[in-house]
Write a protein that binds this ligand. Structure first.
Ligand code: NAD
Ligand code: MLT
Length: 528
């Protein structure tokens, strides 16, 4: 029975989707030890930001295929540990964009018009009209740090409200910013010029405490800063001090270095100018439904053997690519399996030659698929699209890609895998024929034309009378049924290869007898 654990509160729409393909257990508020105790029973895990999926949790997750993060940030998942174990991590990159952007705008408006403080005064029976004179956003300068999905939406709305928008994002092309009528600046200039700064960056080693006391001191005294991105990108003590001492006019914070925010955090005691919310950026009914559906669909698909659309740890292998290149990926994996079994021993180098039309496809997915086959032949199901590259790297396998668009051997092009290892070099070539049919077209430079089948036998032998008959009789005597047979040779009575598709695997004793036949140089059983 397929089982999915939901360990944070998730919208019912997501649970309903998962329930069609799995038993869904909802258990929130688990400690790390409690999660470690039960995770071994589950094929899928669905979380929000509450659950910490540590390396220890992943090590205990013997059946786990997928972790679905209903949201954007995967900083509560040990993604490298998941990758190493071949566990796919997916998220919902767009489901809560609008919600988070609107929360940042709500912060800006609340700060400039003192909405929370005025409301608290009303609740306390006061009528403070003079105390809460605010500022308009109109014609003020907004500095957006991180012009990604959320930052761009904030910028668009701010433009519509009459703000002048500048941005700092070293990874965004200038013409993209220009189209939004946003001018890109350096970080120091942005902090000096902006009346409002809003942060929309991930927390990385480069952004950790990006906003510190020194940077805050460069801001205008009337400036306000908003962080609805990630805790830890601002120095909280420095913000509390800067607002308290009037270095800046205010700050709106939704996210904190450690959540929930400590009861004794200096942020909680600042009298004026601070608006704090408990990580509510994505907390709209719409966003929670969006992310739950988005991630539940991906978990469902992966458990059904289909690709996920937003995989965090398979770069370059989107669902769209997997669908479009399906037969090409199958060919790369099949050739990887084949060349691995022909090579035997340790492979040190894998060369992929993408020829003709093959060269026009993105090569990274084909490399991943070829490595999955190459390593999967030895390591079995523990190798998948998620960890194939990592495992190859760990084994010191060097990957070389060569593209040759001019080759016209087959209409749809061809793919050659060449290995170098402690037992010499091997080469296999394959092509995708009309209707997505896979063909092996060459082995060790000998031309063949064979459809891959589950069990096969490959030999290298002297091209001389009697060999083929001898082999056929040997297999027949041991009840191994031959479905098809092909010989590839370059010169008459020279060396040749033979490829047999058989219905059953060749027993080890029979293989040894075959290897001893006069004229047979090598024999390799292959399972695809
Ligand atoms: P995104 O990936 O679309 O955008 C992030 C942008 O930051 C990118 O354009 C990137 O180039 C830029 N960037 C990265 N490093 C940078 C650096 N050192 N300096 C400047 N720019 C840098 O992501 P998004 O969906 O817009 O999300 C932005 C942030 O908001 C993320 O951290 C996400 O986790 C967070 N988020 C918070 C909430 C919430 O509830 N408060 C909700 C959703 C998203
Ligand atoms: C996110 O990364 O999506 C946000 O932090 C929202 C959340 O999960 O609450």
């Amino acid at each position: 029975m397929t089982k999915v654990l939901v360990s944070d509160p998730i919208d019912k729409a997501g649970i309903d989707i998962l329930s069609h393909v799995a038993q869904v257990d909802q258990r929130t508020g688990l400690s790390e030890q409690e999660l470690i105790g039960i995770i071994g029973d589950y094929d899928g895990l669905m979380i929000r930001s509450g659950t910490q999926v540590t390396a220890a949790v992943i090590a205990a997750a013997s059946r786990l295929k997928i972790i679905g993060r209903a949201g954007v940030g995967v900083d509560n998942v040990d993604v490298p540990a998941a990758t190493q174990r071949g566990v796919l991590v997916v998220n919902s990159p767009e489901g809560n964009t609008i919600a988070a952007a609107e929360h940042a705008l709500a912060m800006m408006l609340s700060l400039s018009r003192h909405v929370p403080q005025a409301h608290a005064g009303m609740r306390a029976g006061r009528w403070d009209r003079k105390k809460f004179v605010g500022n308009e956003l109109y014609k003020k300068t907004l500095g957006v740090v991180g012009l990604g999905k959320i930052g761009s939406h904030v910028a668009r709305v701010a433009k519509a409200m009459g703000m002048d928008v500048i941005a700092y994002d070293p990874f965004i092309a200038a013409d993209r910013a220009q189209k939004m009528q946003v001018r890109l600046t350096q970080l120091d200039e942005l902090f000096r010029k902006a009346d409002y700064v809003t942060l929309h960056i991930p927390r990385t080693k480069d952004t950790e405490n990006l906003v510190n006391a020194e940077l805050l001191r460069t801001m205008k005294p009337g400036a306000r800063i908003v962080n609805c991105a990630r805790g830890g990108v601002v120095d909280e003590a420095a913000i509390a001090e800067a607002v308290e001492n009037g270095v800046i006019a205010g700050a709106g914070l939704d996210v904190f270095a450690s959540e929930p925010l400590a009861e004794d955090s200096p942020l909680r005691t600042v009298e004026r100018g601070l608006v704090l919310t408990p990580h509510l950026g994505a907390s709209t009914e719409e966003a929670q439904e969006n992310v739950a559906i988005d991630v539940a669909e991906q978990i469902r698909d992966v458990l059904l053997g289909l690709p996920a659309r937003s995989a965090v740890n398979i770069p370059g292998l989107s669902a769209e690519i997997m669908e479009r290149l399906k037969p090409h990926l199958q060919l790369a994996e099949t050739l990887g399996l084949l060349v691995s079994q022909l090579s035997g021993g340790q492979v040190q180098e894998l060369e992929l030659r993408l020829q003709g039309e093959f060269a026009s496809h993105p090569s990274q997915p084909l490399v991943i698929a070829a490595l999955k086959g190459l390593l999967g032949a030895v390591l079995g199901d523990s190798i998948n699209y998620v960890n194939a590259s990592l495992e190859a790297e760990a084994r010191g396998i060097q990957v070389i890609e060569v593209k040759d668009e001019s080759s016209r051997d087959f209409a749809g092009g061809s793919l050659q895998l060449k290995t170098k290892g402690d037992q010499g070099t091997r080469s296999v070539i394959g092509a995708v024929f009309a209707g997505g049919e896979l063909r092996i077209t060459s082995i060790d430079e000998y031309p063949v034309n064979v459809s891959p089948s589950r069990h096969m036998l490959f030999t290298r032998h002297r091209d001389m009378p009697g060999i083929i008959g001898h082999l056929g009789s040997l297999l027949g005597e041991h009840n191994v049924n031959i479905a098809s047979m092909q010989v590839g040779r370059r010169i008459v009575r020279g060396d040749a290869v033979m490829v047999l598709s058989i219905d059953d695997p060749v027993p080890t004793t029979v293989l040894e007898t075959i290897k001893a036949v006069n004229g047979i140089q090598e024999a390799h059983p292959v399972t695809l």
